[in-house]
Design a binder for this molecule. Structure first.
Ligand SMILES: Cc1cc2nc3c(=O)[nH]c(=O)nc-3n(C[C@H](O)[C@H](O)[C@H](O)COP(=O)(O)O)c2cc1C
Length: 214
């Protein structure tokens, strides 16, 4: 039986991205976000227009999507109530957010230089997607305060141990353990539960026997 309900949030589960952007003075800002999806070589990022990240994205047109693995949950959580906005917006003050200039340090994460864009990558994240902003779309009802930022990936870096050995085109899904935000909770430790017809149709290699124990 299905009930008609009114959930407070509709966050049924998306990967956590640490979005790095450049501040006006060239220093880096870093923010967790999870309203992200990808099609082809582009992605759409759902963001609060008052966040410092959004301002940096609009003024510089560049970012890095650092995909967090589940073992980075502590670092992600340390960033949760921080903002790079020196003047903390009222709605964030009420929730206990504070300004932090150096979020890499606050999270215990390390900057590493990007190749195609100015914002740095997060060394500890196994996947880095350097991207440029193509368009910024209004999102939601009038006055929602939300935007959808459309960004195009221009360079991809993946930790070698996640790749199918000798293959730079395919990531072994069994080895990639994304941190997932489900509602407002953190989840990880993915496991393959069923063969995929889509993977067969796209001729994408399946889980390795080493990983499945087969
Ligand atoms: C796990 C997680 C996921 C989040 N997802 C989003 C999101 O998808 N969009 C968004 O605007 N804020 C999201 N936030 C909140 C931002 O991280 C928060 O607004 C932060 O202050 C932004 O930092 P900034 O002001 O320095 O850009 C998320 C926070 C956490 C901890």
């Amino acid at each position: 039986m299905h009930l008609t309900v009114e959930p407070r949030v509709l966050y049924f589960g998306t990967p956590v991205v640490l979005l790095s952007t450049s501040n006006e003075d060239g220093s880096a800002n870093l923010a967790p976000m999870s309203s992200a999806w990808w099609v082809d070589q582009s992605c759409m990022l759902g963001l609060d227009e008052t966040s410092h990240t959004t301002k940096n994205l609009i003024s510089t047109g560049e970012c890095v999507l650092n995909l967090a693995s589940s073992d980075l949950v502590g670092a992600v959580d340390r960033l949760a109530l921080l903002t790079g906005s020196p003047v903390v917006p009222e709605h964030k003050l009420r929730k206990g957010y504070r300004y932090e200039r150096d979020k890499f340090k606050a999270a215990g994460l390390t900057e590493t230089a990007s190749e195609k864009v100015r914002p740095p990558r997060v060394a500890q994240c196994p996947v880095h997607l350097e991207a440029v902003v193509d368009r910024v779309h209004p999102f939601g009802e009038d006055g929602s305060g939300l935007v959808a930022v459309e960004a195009r990936v221009v360079r991809v870096h993946v930790e070698e141990s996640l790749l199918i050995p000798g293959d730079r085109r395919h990531i072994d899904a069994d080895r990639w353990d994304p941190l997932i935000m489900k509602f407002c909770e953190f989840y990880g430790n993915s496991r393959n539960v069923h063969p995929s017809r889509l993977a067969s149709a796209w001729a994408i290699p399946g889980p390795t026997s080493a990983n499945t124990g087969a």
